[in-house]
Ligand binder design. Structure first.
Ligand code: NAP
Length: 248
């Protein structure tokens, strides 16, 4: 039976790499994006070339109606839901907390915290055995920032990922009896476009060279970990916060 996953923020970066790898394993993939439709279509094409099926689904994870619509769309397209990769996330320009305005703080917490919670809730509603689901797996994409704090750059982002870690711990306990495993990956410095959106396109390359492994990580390396956590090979793993950070 073909397994079905919804990946939030799958148009680029870690989400796209995860979609491609799951496609290669024969999964059907809901490719969510917020703004960049062309990039989402390219992800879907890559899933197809890898051997899977894909459906592009627009929606803002911080908007409840959009989130419900995204889950309904993936179930309508593929008939079931086996997994969620709770990946969509943003940073804003690096600065000390004292300089952050309300709009920026609100958006970071809306997307990274509220968005993650809403998507996890919809997955729980559809996959929990006591609600008619067949069980499944959730991987939340947190960050090493949750334990580093990101001083003078983005303590808001770091705190939002701390919330994602705590969600992972609590929801793993809540959903274990319902046949749903819940884990998180905590990437370190990964070579994606997120750093440019924070104003430092070279951030992963510069800081990555100072890590124990001496380089930034790739989106594919994070995807490998996510796909393992979703797979039956990780059948006794739940509530884990797995660093993919080159020793950082
Ligand atoms: P990225 O390359 O900037 O891609 C971000 C993705 O999220 C895009 O697909 C974007 O869609 C989507 N997105 C943004 N806001 C959204 C919203 N409100 N609703 C739905 N989708 C939204 O980022 P990335 O580096 O792959 O990051 C993916 C995850 O990994 C994030 O949670 C991030 O915090 C985490 N992470 C990344 C790093 C790193 O070094 N790269 C390290 C630790 C953790 P559009 O294309 O439509 O804009």
């Amino acid at each position: 039976m073909t397994k079905v996953v919804l990946i939030t923020g799958a148009s680029r970066g870690i989400g796209r790499a995860t979609a491609r790898l799951l496609g290669a394993r024969g999964w059907s993939v809901g490719v969510n994006y917020a703004h960049n439709e062309a990039a989402a279509q390219e992800t879907a094409a890559e899933v197809g070339r890898a051997g899977g099926h894909a459906r592009v689904i627009k929606g803002d994870v911080a908007n409840e109606a959009d989130v419900i619509g995204m889950f309904d769309a993936v179930v309508k397209a593929f008939g079931r839901l086996d997994a969620l990769v709770n990946n969509a996330g943003i940073v804003a320009a690096g600065m000390p907390l004292a300089d952050m305005d309300l709009a920026r703080l609100q958006r970071v917490f809306d997307v990274n915290v509220l968005g993650a919670y809403l998507c996890a809730r919809e997955a729980a509603r559809r996959m929990s055995k006591d609600r008619g689901g067949d069980g499944g797996a959730i991987v939340n994409v947190s960050s090493a920032a949750a334990r580093l704090g990101s001083p003078n750059e983005y303590v808001d982002y770091a705190g939002s990922k701390g919330a994602v870690d705590t969600l992972t711990i609590g929801l793993a306990k809540e959903l274990g009896p319902q046949g749903v495993r819940v884990n998180a990956v905590r990437p370190g410095l990964i070579d994606t476009e997120i750093h440019a959106s924070g104003g430092r396109p070279d951030r992963a390359a510069v800081l990555g060279s100072q890590t124990p492994l001496g380089r930034p990580g790739s989106a594919d390396e994070v995807a490998e970990t996510i796909v393992w956590l979703l797979s039956d090979a990780a059948s006794y793993v739940t509530g884990a916060l797995l660093d993919v950070a080159g020793g950082r």
